[in-house]
Ligand binder design. Sequence first.
Ligand code: NAG
Ligand code: NAG
Ligand code: ZN
Ligand code: ZN
Length: 442
Amino acid sequence: MGLFKRWILCFLAFKFFVPKPVSSSPEALAQIPVDFLDLSKKPEIADYMIGIRRKIHENPELGFEEFQTSKLIRDELDHLGIHYKHPVAITGVVGYVGTGGPPFVAIRADMDALPLEEAVEWEHKSKVPGKMHACGHDAHVAMLLGAAKMLQEHRHELQGTVVLIFQPAEEGQGGAKRMLDAGVLKDVDAIFGIHVSTLYPIGTVASRAGPIMAASGFFDAVISGKGGHAAIPQHSIDPILAASNVIVSLQHLVSREADPLDSQVVTIAKFQGGGAFNVIPDSVTIGGTFRAFSKESFIKLKQRIEEVITKQASVQRCNATVIFNTDERPFYPVTVNNEELHDFFVNVASDMLGAQNIKEMQPVMGTEDFSFFAEAIPGYFFYVGMKNESQGPLALGHSPHYKLNEEALPYGAALHASLATSYLLKNQLEAKLLKGNLHDEL
Ligand SMILES: *[C@@H]1O[C@H](CO)[C@@H](O)[C@H](O)[C@H]1NC(C)=O
Ligand SMILES: *[C@@H]1O[C@H](CO)[C@@H](O)[C@H](O)[C@H]1NC(C)=O
Ligand SMILES: [Zn+2]
Ligand SMILES: [Zn+2]
C-alpha cells in the first residue's frame, strides 16, 4: 500500500471509530484491529465463544450431518438479530451483517468433525462414540460467531456487508464446493478463512502469498486376477503380486517423472485382498491419494496413475480398473492466496499483533476445500497460533489426543472482524478515489 493511500485510509478509519471530530491521526486505522482484540478478550465475547466451542465439541457431527451444529449457529444468529440463509448445501448457513448492500466481504468457518474416538479425558469430552472435533472446526465456528457478535455491535459503522459463511464437510467431501455452487459468493469481492494451528505460538499468525496448500485427489483401483490354491500358483493369476508391483511402480511417478522442485505426493494408504494363508484371492483393492502444487502437475499425475496401474497390472496378466469417486470426494484445487490480500492481511495483522508475530510459512501438502472459494474470487487463508510453551507441545490435528487451546479464540474472532471491517473501509475508499470525489471529502 502506498503511503498516500495508507494515510487516506487512516483518515477514514479515524472517522469510522470516532465520527467526530474529524482528524487525520495516522494511528487511527491501526486502532481497528487493536480495538477488536481488546473487545474479543473481554468475557462478554471470550466466554461466549468458549461456551459455544465446548457445546459443539461435546456433540461432534460428520460432514453434511452437522444438523445440531447448524441449529446452534442459527439460534445464535437469531439471538443476535442477524439475518441468514438456510439450508445451503444441506447444513450450511450464510449470515449477513451490515448495510445489506454491496460491497460484500466474506469470512468463513467449517463445521464438521472427524470419525475418531476422543482420547482426551476432560469435562467437555465428545459425547458421541467414534466422533471428535480433532481439527479445531468447533473453534472455527465459535470464532466466527464471536466475530459476528462484535460486528453486529458495530453494524452501523460497516461500509457494506460482511457475509458469514458456515460451511459443512471440509474433511474430504468438499462442502465448500457445494456452497459455492449454491451461489453464496455471488457479488462477494473477497473471502478470508482461518485455521487454528498447533505449530505456531499463541498471539502469532502464519500464512504466505500464492500457493499455500496442495491440490488433492483420491483413487481406488481394483486389480483382478484369478484365485486358486496358494501351492499351485501356475493355475492362478496372482493379484497380490500384481498389486505389489503396481505400488512399487507408482513410486516412480514422483521420484523419476516429476520435477524435484515441483512438490508432489502419491501415497497408497489402502491394500485389501486375501484372507487366508493358502488361497490366492481373485482380486485386490488398493487406494490412496495424490497431491500436487499446480493444476498441470495434478492432471498429469492423475493420468499417469491410471496408466501405471492398468499397464503394470497387465504385465502380470491382471486387469485393473481405476476409480476416482469425485461425487463422494471431489478433487480439491490448490489453495492459492491472493497477493494483494496477503499485503492487506499483513498490514491488519501487524497492527493487531506486531510485525514480528506475522510468520511466513512454507507451503504444506495438506489440503483445504477453502481452495474452491479462493479459486472463484480473491481469497486468503491463514493460521492462528495456539501453542503455549509453558503448557508443553500440542498433539497435531486429526489425532485422538488433539487438544485445542481456547486462549486462541479471541485472536481468531478479532482477526475475522478486523479483516472484514478494514476491507470494506478500504474498498469504499478506493471507490471514492476512482470517482475522484475524495477531494470534496477531504
Ligand atoms: C481381463 O479382461 C479380459 C477382457 O474382458 C478378459 O478376457 C480376461 O479374462 C480378464 N482377465 C482377468 C485376469 O480378469
Ligand atoms: C500460557 O499458559 C500459561 C500457563 O497456563 C498462562 O498463564 C498464560 O497466560 C498463557 N499464555 C498465553 C499467551 O495465553
Ligand atoms: Zn482436518
Ligand atoms: Zn481443518
